[in-house]
Design a binder for this molecule. Structure first.
Ligand code: GLP
Length: 262
């Protein structure tokens, strides 16, 4: 794992966008794992810009999102399908038929989860998985005590997560879904590469616990310490509770892999 600290949220998102760009240019038929949440909005905005101004080509790519609320159909403005269509898919030249999210209104949720895993496997696995982090330490919707080897399944959301996401539902907690389908921690760990983006002071404590603390199912993001190729990108605000920052900064400034990202 490496931790890269950028001066502000915009620079952190730009760095993540460069990593996505590098992946897509090296492998035009890449399978991308995508995340939702407020942190990702600027990433998708910048990817749309790259497509519009530099012709970054997504026509050969496939995507799998981490999660979807159970009970929200694709047309619901709060569904993650709606979010992805509006913020990214309609803004780039990806074939909508190659964009996958779990179906939150599937009649048989277990079967839906199984098919989702099968589809990922059929496409050869996820080349690049983008991740955010929730205040409970979740990646996707893997709430505390998610098994470190879990696969795509239904998960109950914690009251804290429902509160964190309530602003998108006009702050009406009653309408925030109670369950979601999420890729498992094991599914995420199977990706070839993963990048977690966290910005802002509110994420500082959970980022430090997940990266410099012990691996524990209480904080699903800590499982990323087991991933062979994982990068955590943070801004200065989200880095305030990290201990070993001097070393992380040295790595980013000196390691050959990061020279093209300076
Ligand atoms: C949701 C998503 C997560 C995301 C998290 C963080 O709960 N399921 O994948 O990481 O939000 O959201 P934000 O970026 O808004 O803080």
């Amino acid at each position: 794992m490496e931790i890269i600290i950028q001066p502000n949220a915009d620079a952190a998102a730009s760095l993540v966008v460069k990593m996505v760009e590098q992946t897509v240019r090296q492998k035009p038929n890449a399978t991308l794992g995508l995340a939702t949440g407020r942190t990702m909005e600027v990433v998708y905005d910048k990817l749309a810009d790259k497509h519009a101004s530099e012709g970054l080509d997504f026509s050969g790519c496939s995507t799998f999102n981490l999660d979807e609320y159970i009970g929200l159909p694709a047309e619901d403005v709060n569904s993650y399908r709606y979010y992805m269509n509006e913020l990214l898919f309609k803004q780039i030249n990806i074939d909508l038929g190659n964009t996958y999210l779990p179906n939150g209104v599937a009649e048989d949720i277990d079967a839906e989860c199984e098919v989702y895993e099968q589809r990922i496997a059929e496409l050869g696995g996820i080349d690049f998985q983008l991740l955010g982090i929730g205040s409970t330490g979740h990646i996707g919707f893997n709430e505390p005590l998610s098994a470190l080897r879990s696969r795509t399944r239904a998960k109950a959301l914690t009251p804290e997560t429902r509160e964190q996401n309530a602003p998108m539902f006009d702050n009406d907690l009653n309408v925030v879904p109670k369950r979601a389908i999420t890729m498992g921690v094991g599914t995420i760990l199977d990706s070839y590469r993963c990048v977690l983006l966290a910005t802002g002071k509110a994420k500082a404590s959970i980022v430090a616990q997940a990266t410099e603390g012990p691996v524990t199912s209480m904080i699903s993001a800590s499982a990323l310490q087991l991933h062979p190729r994982c990068t955590i990108v943070v801004d200065e605000d989200a880095a305030t509770e990290l201990i070993n920052t001097e070393y992380y900064r040295w790595i980013f400034a000196n390691e050959p892999e990061w020279q093209e990202f300076q």
